[in-house]
Design a protein around this ligand. Structure first.
Ligand code: NAD
Ligand code: ZN
Length: 366
């Protein structure tokens, strides 16, 4: 079928909305009419080839929409179902069967390979191959084919135009906090970076009952906003040493939990130094392959801290996304406050506003 899609053609070059051909869904796939798609920082770094997804490609990995066709082997979705799309995973490897599909042994190939597992792409333009299946979905398009396995069914009255970012950015920050760090009521956490991922982590920390929630960034307006949404303390690390500030706020102990959403080596080092004895820190911010960060193994050995590298909040999307929706419905996870909507035709403006920080989480509406 003919679809409209935004094609990434070269690094640092605007996406180009074109008419493409989408093939038929395979036996294990569904065709989804996209209602909305979030824009994530990861789309921009892949457009810029930090991760070498073959170009030209249709990116986009926070899609939400309605199922319009199901492959012959799909038993758990029907035409008309509302779905949120999540990253692809194989479903049969050791990580998938033990509840960690974001560490699927085929994660890279399935999400960054630009094709299905059989090497085919679902997208073409006048015979030219266009990479598909970005994060199992390539959602900057009016329609896509995704494996049923990475489509999460939501309620018939769910607000689809809002829910796409639950499939990546929002799931990443909140999952790192709720699934990996797991602060208990009354505990402390510091989060570096107040973008969509960091603020989602902060909202999750509030929902979990953490009572010292320290947000660190270099943009004053973002810190102000974090305070409005539940940060108990904010630190501008351009003006003061965040490690000293966090020690002061916590009476010298350091924080029990910390999250680095920046992927900046110096910030990672600040995070490790901000932790209390036996504290637990996590990195979710993406850096170029080959990036080293300073880590003082001499001093930190005796601190007993743990550090986790976390992909997509270590979530099982069909279990975790409904939990986030339910928290949202109860008013306990107001992630809608991070979102600003754009028309699909404004996709390059949405990218620019995400880059400049003018918008925390752009969502394209089709
Ligand atoms: P964002 O650009 O909206 O937010 C990043 C924030 O970090 C900004 O507010 C920025 O001001 C702040 N920052 C930058 N440098 C800083 C510094 N030196 N000190 C303090 N703060 C600093 O991005 P986002 O959408 O929140 O995504 C955050 C990161 O997470 C990106 O790298 C993205 O690619 C990555 N990501 C990872 C996963 C995963 O599975 N691990 C999933 C989604 C996104
Ligand atoms: Zn993402």
């Amino acid at each position: 079928m003919k679809i409209q899609a935004a094609v990434a053609t070269a690094p640092s070059t605007p996406l180009d909305i074109r008419e493409l051909e989408l093939d038929e869904p395979r036996a294990d796939e569904v065709t989804v009419r996209l209602v909305a798609s979030g824009v994530c920082h990861t789309d921009a770094i892949v457009r810029d080839q930090w991760y070498p997804v073959p170009l030209p490609a249709v990116l986009g990995h926070e899609g939400s929409g309605v199922v319009t066709a199901v492959g012959a082997g799909v038993t758990d979705l029907v035409v008309g179902d509302k779905v949120v799309l999540a990253p692809a995973s194989c479903g049969v490897c050791e990580q998938c069967i033990t509840g960690h599909p974001q560490y699927c042994v085929d994660f890279y190939a399935l999400n960054f390979g630009g094709s299905r597992t059989d090497g085919s792409s679902s997208l073409s333009a006048g015979g030219e191959r266009i990479s598909s299946n970005f994060f199992g979905q390539s959602s900057f398009a009016t329609f896509t084919n995704a494996r049923a396995r990475n489509a999460v069914k939501v309620a018939d009255d769910a607000p689809l135009e809002l829910l796409g970012p639950l499939g990546c950015g929002i799931m990443t920050g909140s999952g790192a906090v709720l699934n990996v760090l797991r602060p208990a009521p009354g505990e402390s956490i510091a989060i570096f970076g107040t973008g969509a991922v960091g603020l989602a982590g902060m909202l999750a920390a509030v929902a979990a009952g953490a009572t010292t929630i320290i947000m660190v960034d270099i943009v004053p307006e973002r810190l102000e906003f974090a305070k409005e949404l539940g940060a108990t303390h904010v630190v501008n690390s351009r003006e003061v040493d965040p490690v000293e500030q966090i020690r002061e706020i916590t009476g010298g102990r350091g924080v029990q939990f910390a999250l680095d959403t920046t992927g900046v080596p110096q910030v990672f080092a600040q995070m490790t130094k901000s932790l209390a004895i036996r504290g637990h820190g996590a990195l979710v911010g993406a850096a170029k392959l080959g990036t080293d960060a300073p880590f003082d193994i001499g001093t930190l050995l005796t601190s007993g801290i743990s550090i986790s590298m976390v992909v997509e909040g270590d979530s099982v999307p069909r279990e975790f996304i409904p939990r986030l929706i339910s928290l949202y419905e109860r008013g306990l996870f107001p992630f809608d406050k991070l979102v600003k909507q754009y028309e699909f035709s404004e996709i390059n403006t949405a990218f620019a506003d995400s880059e400049s920080g003018a918008t925390i989480k752009p969502v394209l509406v089709f």
